[in-house]
Design a protein around this ligand. Structure first.
Ligand SMILES: Nc1ncnc2c1ncn2[C@@H]1O[C@H](COP(=O)(O)OP(=O)(O)OP(=O)(O)O)[C@@H](O)[C@H]1O
Length: 245
């Protein structure tokens, strides 16, 4: 397919002798948002971590823009540079100011000139209404602000797609909206994303495609618009009900 960005074929993953992902197959097209849903322990985080090379997997194939990538290969390094990842815990460096947290990667890894990296960081900070915080330390920010910085830090590396793993799960309710709005904006700008979330209204708004996992298997792969109005499986219906959707 012309605009296919990522394809996963028959991915299997076990922790020790406990299988956690079984024959996972899916693809994501450029500009699309794939939302992973499923009960706790169904394997969503593990799948995201396999895609980013944080977890080895036992078998299966991953293709990026049609190229086969394997964790031991050079092109895997290239793939990782194209991926922006944001986790539940923001992982900002506590001893670095916000500006330095954001520009560290662009300067050290991508060899950008400091003034160029800082100019872009300021523009990104401005886009999330945090330009005034450039010279502050992470401890001076709220959880929601830190998470917005974590997103900006990932964007500063010019990723071709973004992985978001429950980025609002540890935030106070009043902080959640600001972070989700940034993700909705990114979707409008056609950033390709894979998103794990427990926020069903947000998932409904953002998903082009939903993968519903249970016990490490994809029970359904359904267009977002349909999943939330007419899921294919009873398990997905029960799941949505359990999430008060
Ligand atoms: N590092 C690990 N070592 C061993 N087992 C693990 C490890 N990480 C996860 N698991 C197991 O793998 C399975 C899938 O976990 P995973 O965290 O991927 O689920 P999840 O769908 O993201 O759950 P949640 O919604 O609660 O975050 C679970 O049975 C979990 O206990």
């Amino acid at each position: 397919m012309a605009d296919e960005l990522l394809r996963v074929e028959n991915l299997n993953k076990a922790y020790g002798d406990q299988p956690v992902l079984h024959d996972i197959n899916f693809e994501v097209n450029t500009g699309e948002v794939l939302v992973l849903l499923g009960p706790s322990g169904s394997g969503k985080s593990t799948l995201i971590r396999c895609l980013n090379g944080l977890e080895p997997y036992q078998s299966g194939d991953i293709y990026f823009k049609g190229d086969h990538v394997t964790p031991s290969s050079k092109n895997w390094q290239k793939l990782r540079q194209k991926i922006g990842m944001v986790f539940q815990s923001y992982d900002l460096f506590p001893n670095l100011k916000i500006m330095d947290n954001i520009t560290l990667g662009p300067i050290k890894v991508q060899k950008q000139a400091k003034n160029v990296a800082e100019k872009e960081a300021l523009a990104l900070l401005d886009s999330v209404d945090l330009a005034d915080y450039a010279q502050k330390y992470p401890r001076e920010l709220s959880g929601g602000q830190k998470q917005r910085i974590a997103i900006v830090r990932a964007l500063a590396l010019h990723p071709e797609f973004m992985l978001f793993d429950e980025v609002t799960a540890s935030l106070d309710p009043e902080m959640v909206r600001g972070v989700l709005e940034i993700m909705l904006d990114l979707a409008k700008q056609k950033m390709t994303m894979i998103v794990v979330t427990h926020e069903m209204n947000f998932a409904h708004q953002i998903a082009n495609q939903v993968l519903f996992l249970e016990e490490g298997r994809i029970l359904e792969s359904t267009p977002g618009a349909q999943f939330f109005t007419d899921p294919k499986t009873d398990r997905a219906k029960e799941f949505l009900q359990s999430m008060d959707f």
